[in-house]
Design a protein around this ligand. Structure first.
Ligand code: NAD
Ligand code: TYD
Length: 347
C-alpha cells in the first residue's frame, strides 16, 4: 500500500508518521509537507532512514504539483493532516487558512478522485479535523458526531469548510472517506505557540504567562500519542463515510491547567514551590474566544474500542520532561520568525 500522509513534519503528523512507519513495514509511507514554520524534519530524525519512508517537500496549495504527484506515485490511501493550525494566526491572516485548509484540501480531493474515480475499491481519503468546527459549548453538554457545525474562528471555519468538501466528495463521487474531529492535543514536538509548550518555554525563561481573559475557558486535552493510536484504528477499522469524535475525557479550565503546569515545572526545575505561578499574567482576551470544548468520544470507544491510555498528569509530566531534555529543539524553533510573531501577538 502506498500511503500519503500530509503534514507529517508537524506536531501530530510526526507522531502518526512514526507510528505507521514502525508498525507497518509492509506499507510505504510518503510524508508530504511544505515545511512551514510549524513543520520540522527534526521531529522525524529517528525514522528518516527507514526503507518504507519517503519525505516529499511540497505545498498542497500548488494544484499542478499535487496533480503530478498523484499521477506519478498513485497513492492508494491518504491521511490528510497538513493545515494552518493556530487560531491566533487565523485571526491575523484568515486568507492563509482558506488557501491551505480549504484550497489545499480541494487539490488533494480532486487529485485523489481523478486518479481513482473508475474504481475506488480499497481506496481511502482520511481527513483529520478538529472539535472546533462545532463552535462553543456552554457550561454543560458535549460535542457528538451529530452536533451542528457552528465555527467561530477563521481557523475553525476553514476546517469546517474542508470537512464539508470531504463529505460532498463522498456523496457526489462515491469517494471513500472517514473524518475524525479531535479535541486539543498536547505532547512532545508541539510548536510553542500553543498554550502548553508556550507556557513551558516561558516558565523555563522566567517570562510572563499570558492567560487570555479571565482564564475560565475550558478545553478537553488529549495526549498526542493517544490521538495517533486513534488515527491508526480509524484508518484500519473506521466505517466508510463515518465521522468519529476523539477526545480525552479530560476537561480543564485554562487557569487550573496553568496552575498544575506551574506546580510540575517548579518540581522539575527544582524551583521554590509557587514561583512559576507568579509569572501568570492576565492579558487581553482572544476575539471570538470559544468558552468551552468537550468531546463525547463514546462512539469511537464503543464501536472501535479506543480509549486514552495516558492520564493527564502522566502525559503532562512526559511532555514537560521532553521539553526540558530537548532545549535544543526549543531554541531552534524559537529563533527568527518566532521572535517577530511573539512580539506582535503579545506586545
Ligand atoms: P501543525 O501546525 O503542528 O502542523 C501542520 C503541518 O502541516 C506542518 O508540518 C506544516 O509544515 C504543514 N503544512 C502547512 N501548510 C502546508 C501546505 N500548504 N502544504 C503542505 N504542508 C503544509 O499542526 P498539528 O497541530 O499537528 O495539526 C495537524 C492536523 O490536526 C491539522 O489538520 C489540525 O487542524 C488537526 N488538529 C489539531 C489539533 C491540535 O490540538 N493540535 C486538534 C485537532 C485537530
Ligand atoms: P490554544 O493552545 O491556542 O488552542 P485552541 O485555541 O485551539 O483551543 O489555546 C488553548 C486555550 O488557551 C484557549 O482557550 C486559548 C488559551 N490561551 C491563552 O490563554 N494564552 C495563550 O497565550 C494561548 C496561546 C492560549
Amino acid at each position: 500500500m502506498k500511503l500519503l500522509i500530509t503534514g507529517g513534519a508537524g506536531f501530530i503528523g510526526s507522531h502518526v508518521v512514526r507510528l505507521f512507519v514502525e508498525k507497518y513495514p509492509e506499507y510505504h509511507i510518503f510524508n508530504l509537507d511544505a515545511l512551514t514554520y510549524a513543520g520540522n524534519l527534526e521531529n522525524l530524525v529517528d525514522i528518516e532512514q527507514a526503507p518504507n519512508y519517503t519525505f516529499i517537500k511540497g505545498d498542497i496549495t500548488d494544484e499542478d504539483f499535487i496533480n503530478g504527484l498523484f499521477h506519478s506515485y498513485k497513492f492508494d490511501k491518504v491521511i490528510h493532516l497538513a493545515a494552518e493550525s493556530h487560531v491566533d494566526r487565523s485571526i491575523e491572516d484568515p486568507l492563509a487558512f482558506v488557501k491551505t485548509n480549504v484550497m489545499g484540501t480541494m487539490n488533494l480531493l480532486n487529485a485523489f478522485k481523478n486518479l481513482w474515480k473508475a474504481d475506488f475499491n480499497d481506496k481511502l481519503f482520511y481527513h483529520i479535523s478538529t472539535d472546533e468546527v462545532y463552535g462553543s459549548l456552554g457550561q454543560t453538554g458535549l460535542f457528538t458526531e451529530t452536533t451542528s457545525y457552528d465555527p467561530n474562528s477563521p481557523y475553525s471555519a476553514s476546517k469546517a469548510s474542508s470537512d464539508h468538501f470531504v463529505r460532498a466528495y463522498g456523496e457526489t463521487y462515491g469517494m471513500p472517506y472517514v473524518i475524525t474531529n479531535c479535541s486539543n492535543n498536547y505532547g512532545q514536538h508541539q510548536f510553542p505557540e500553543k498554550l502548553i509548550p508556550l507556557f513551558i518555554n516561558n516558565i523555563i525563561h522566567n517570562r510572563p504567562l499570558p492567560v487570555y481573559g479571565d482564564g475560565n475557558y475550558t478545553r478537553d486535552w488529549l495526549y498526542v500519542k493517544d490521538h495517533a493510536i486513534a488515527i491508526d484504528l480509524v484508518f484500519h477499522e473506521g466505517k466508510n463515510t463515518e465521522t468519529y469524535n476523539i477526545g480525552g475525557f479530560n476537561e480543564w479550565k485554562n487557569i487550573d491547567l496553568v496552575r498544575l503546569l506551574c506546580e510540575q515545572m517548579d518540581i522539575e526545575l527544582g524551583r521554590v514551590k509557587g514561583s512559576s505561578e507568579q509569572l501568570i499574567t492576565y492579558v487581553k482576551d482572544r476575539p471570538g474566544h470559544d468558552l468551552r470544548y468537550a468531546i463525547d468520544a463514546s462512539k469511537i470507544k464503543n464501536e472501535l474500542g479506543w480509549e486514552p491510555t495516558v492520564t493527564f498528569e502522566q502525559g503532562l509530566a512526559k511532555t514537560i520532561k521532553w521539553y526540558l531534555n530537548n532545549e535544543g529543539w526549543l531554541s531552534n524553533v524559537t529563533t527568527g520568525q518566532y521572535q517577530s510573531y511573539y512580539a506582535k501577538q503579545y506586545n
